[in-house]
Write a protein that binds this ligand. Structure first.
Ligand SMILES: [Zn+2]
Length: 384
């Protein structure tokens, strides 16, 4: 199976692109926003609700699923799609980020990373090869290369070492996929991840190594970890200028609507983030005119939907007053309804950006979106 990305349009005034790619589980339109299903579920939402929100691709976390229920279990149960009842495309991360961020006691060696499970303290080892095998066991459509990321700020020699290791590990991951393919497995696409933190020269050096390898797409790693929007966007622009035109570009861990639109404007095709759904469960949602805190007393008698311009299942039916009541009362339905809106809102945002690129009006779309988002217009309580 060959993975192929079709670039459909490029905006003349910015770096924005529209494209699509097919996987054994359907077509994915880009720019794409991927909701995050950490434990094989986008918290509180059913696959039917995700599909109704327009979702065609999900991200699932290798680290969590390999520890519980275990990749072998998922494989025996027919793979992740069947296990979780999701018929669409799945991208899995490599597990590297969680191994580094959820484990204070991890040990990075050339062979891989030794870590203790955050669930029961048991010892595990994740190597570039194992990360590929686990993702294949899960039955993912798109796998990610196992990379070495460093906690920033880090001394230059540490960043340099992580870049060199990331390139070596990337090659080992590709070789493992080739071995799997020789056994009739490993049909998944595989993306390489560029590292180097916020040091432009290191990112360039990392990509010089990765560019020679036959990856199906490339990810921008190690960004949005506290470096600030200006510097982050600068690195995105840098990476996208170098990445090949004919392969998808995936920015990891970015989900604020403004960041999403700015990343698209610089040539990013795919993004994922827990932010919109995590915020929603805590009672904060993004709407077209800014960020709305649902439990705010100002909405106690507000009969408008969360977002008057949204056509999601929640906004078509429920008022702010009701949603506020649910959150104040600690009712589960509040989290679910807010999550339905949150996923729909992000996917509809990238779909509108895509339509704007295809119609040659992305620059106007972007400035219109930014003005409106900053306006906070419908956030004020309705006059009673
Ligand atoms: Zn809505």
């Amino acid at each position: 199976m060959t993975f192929s990305f079709q670039l459909q349009a490029e905006d003349a005034a910015t770096g924005a692109r529209a494209g699509r790619f097919g996987t054994p589980h359907g077509e994915v339109l880009t720019p794409a926003f991927m909701p995050v299903g950490t434990q094989g579920t986008v918290k509180s939402l059913s696959p039917e609700e995700l599909a109704a929100a327009g979702c065609d691709i999900l991200l699932c976390n290798t680290y969590h699923l390999m520890l519980r229920p275990g990749a072998g279990t998922v494989r025996r149960l027919g793979g992740l799609h069947r296990f979780m009842g999701w018929p669409g495309t799945i991208l899995t991360d490599s597990g590297g980020f969680q191994v580094m961020s959820l484990n204070e006691l991890n040990r990075v060696r050339e062979e891989g990373v030794e870590f203790r499970s955050h669930l029961d303290g048991s010892r595990h080892m994740l190597s570039p090869e194992e990360a590929i095998r686990v993702q294949d066991d899960l039955g993912t459509d798109i796998a990610m290369s196992f990379d070495h990321l460093v906690r920033l700020p880090a001394p230059p020699d540490e960043v340099r070492e992580a870049v060199d290791r990331t390139v070596r590990w990337a090659r080992r991951g590709l070789e493992e996929r080739t071995r799997l393919r020789d056994q009739g497995r490993g049909g998944m696409a595989l993306f390489g991840i560029n590292q180097g933190g916020t040091t432009a020269a290191e990112r360039a050096r990392c990509f010089a190594g990765l560019a020679e390898m036959p990856f199906d797409g490339f990810a921008l790693g190690g960004l949005w970890v506290g470096e600030g929007r200006t510097l982050g966007l600068e690195m995105i622009e840098r990476d996208c200028a170098e990445f090949p035109r004919d392969k998808p570009r995936y920015l990891m861990g970015v989900g604020h609507p403004v960041d999403v639109v700015e990343a698209i404007a610089r040539g990013v095709d795919m993004m994922d983030c827990v932010l919109p759904t995590r915020n929603a469960r805590r009672g904060t949602v993004f709407i077209g005119t800014g960020r709305l805190v649902v439990r705010n007393a100002a909405y106690a008698h507000d009969e408008r939907p969360l977002d008057p311009e949204c056509d999601c299942a929640t906004c078509r039916k429920y008022t702010r007053a009701y949603l506020r009541h649910l959150f104040i009362s600690g009712e589960l339905l509040g989290m679910r309804l807010a999550s339905v809106h949150a996923v729909h809102h992000m996917i509809s945002l990238v779909r509108r950006a895509r339509a704007a690129v295809l119609e040659g009006r992305f620059a106007a779309f972007r400035s219109g979106f930014l003005d409106k988002f900053a306006s906070r217009e419908t956030l004020a309580a309705a006059a009673s």
